[in-house]
Design a protein around this ligand. Structure first.
Ligand SMILES: [Mn+2]
Length: 297
C-alpha cells in the first residue's frame, strides 16, 4: 500500500436518497439497498476506516417540484461535505441521480476556499451539460456539470454562493458517447477537455486517465472524481439509470482508479445513478464495492 496523507483519513459514506433530477426516480433507493447489502461496510475488514452517515432526504418538501427538491438536496449535501472535510474525513457520496453532484462539488469548493481552484474528473456516458434552455427532457440530472461551470438556473448555480465552482480548464470528461449537440457546443466553447469513448478505446484508459489527472491537478488545490455508473458498459453492469452501449469495462476502470490510491490531492469521490431495480444478482452493487476498494484510503 502506498503511503500518503490520505491514508490517515477515514471514509464517511453519504447516501443521497434522491431521484428528483431523473425521469425515473428509482435511483433514490440505491444507497439504502447498498447499505442493507453491507457490501461497502465490508471494506472495514480490508483495513479501511469507514462509516455510513445518515442519508440525505428532502423531508417535507413536495417531491413533484423537482427544482426545489434538487436545490434542497444539493444545499444539505454541500453542508454535510463541508463538515466532513473540516474533520479531515474523506467523503464518499453515493447517489441518487447525478444532480447531487451540484451539492457535492459546490461543498468541496467552498471548503477549499475562494482563492483556490478545484479540479474534477467526470466519468460518464453523457455530458450532463444541459440547461433548462437546451434540455429536451428538462431532467436536472442532465445539467449538473453546466451548473458547476456556472451556467443554468440561478437556484442551482448559487448553491454555496453565486458563480462557477469549477473553471473549464480544470475539468475533463471521460467515456462520453451519448450527448446532444448543444452540450458539445457548450463544452467546446468553454474549453472543457472531453475524452469521448472512441479516444479512450484508441489510446487505452490508463493513458487517458493519467493525462486527465495531470490536467485537473495542474492549477488546483485538489480534485474530485464523479463516476456515473452509466459510463460502464451496460452489458456488464445492468443496474444503472440511463444505460448507453459501448462503455468502459469495470475491470479497466478499477485499474485506472488504482493510480489514485493514496493521492492526497483527491478531495472526494462520488458514485451515482445506481438503479437497484435493474441490477441483476447485485452485480452492479458489487462493482460499486470494487470501484471504492480500488482507491479509498
Ligand atoms: Mn451523469
Amino acid at each position: 500500500m502506498r503511503s500518503g496523507k490520505l491514508d490517515a483519513r477515514s471514509t464517511v459514506v453519504v447516501g443521497v436518497a434522491s431521484g428528483y433530477g431523473a425521469g425515473d426516480p428509482a435511483c433514490q433507493d440505491g444507497p439504502e439497498v447498498l447499505r442493507a447489502l453491507r457490501f461497502l461496510s465490508d471494506l472495514e475488514s480490508a483495513g479501511k476506516r469507514f462509516r455510513w452517515d445518515e442519508a440525505i432526504r428532502i423531508g417535507d418538501l413536495d417531491p413533484a417540484d423537482a427544482l426545489a427538491a434538487v436545490e434542497n438536496i444539493a444545499s444539505q449535501l454541500a453542508d454535510r461535505i463541508g463538515s466532513h472535510l473540516s474533520r479531515r474525513e474523506f467523503p464518499l457520496v453515493i447517489g441518487g441521480d447525478h444532480s447531487c453532484a451540484i451539492g457535492t462539488w459546490s461543498g468541496v469548493k467552498r471548503a477549499i476556499g475562494s482563492g483556490r481552484r478545484l479540479g474534477l474528473i467526470w466519468i460518464d456516458a453523457h455530458m450532463d451539460s444541459h440547461t433548462f434552455g437546451t434540455s429536451p427532457s428538462r431532467n436536472i440530472h442532465g445539467m449538473p456539470l453546466a451548473c458547476l461551470l456556472g451556467l443554468g438556473d440561478p437556484r442551482l448555480t448559487s448553491i454555496c454562493g453565486a458563480g462557477p465552482k469549477l473553471m473549464a480548464e480544470d475539468v475533463c470528461l471521460i467515456g462520453v458517447r451519448s450527448f446532444e449537440s448543444e452540450e458539445a457546443a457548450l463544452l467546446e466553447k468553454l474549453g472543457v477537455r472531453v475524452y469521448l469513448m472512441d479516444e479512450v478505446r484508441r489510446r487505452g484508459l490508463p493513458e487517458v486517465f493519467a493525462e486527465a489527472r495531470a490536467l485537473v491537478g495542474r492549477h488546483t488545490r485538489g480534485y474530485g472524481i464523479s463516476i456515473d455508473l452509466d459510463a460502464l458498459d451496460p452489458a456488464e453492469e445492468p443496474g444503472v439509470g440511463s444505460p448507453a452501449p459501448g462503455g468502459l469495462l469495470c475491470a479497466e476502470l478499477i485499474d485506472a482508479l488504482r493510480q489514485v490510491h493514496g493521492d492526497e490531492k483527491l478531495m472526494a469521490l462520488e458514485i451515482v445513478e445506481y438503479n437497484p431495480y435493474l441490477d441483476k444478482n447485485f452485480v452492479t452493487a458489487r462493482a460499486i464495492h470494487d470501484l471504492c476498494q480500488s482507491l479509498l484510503p
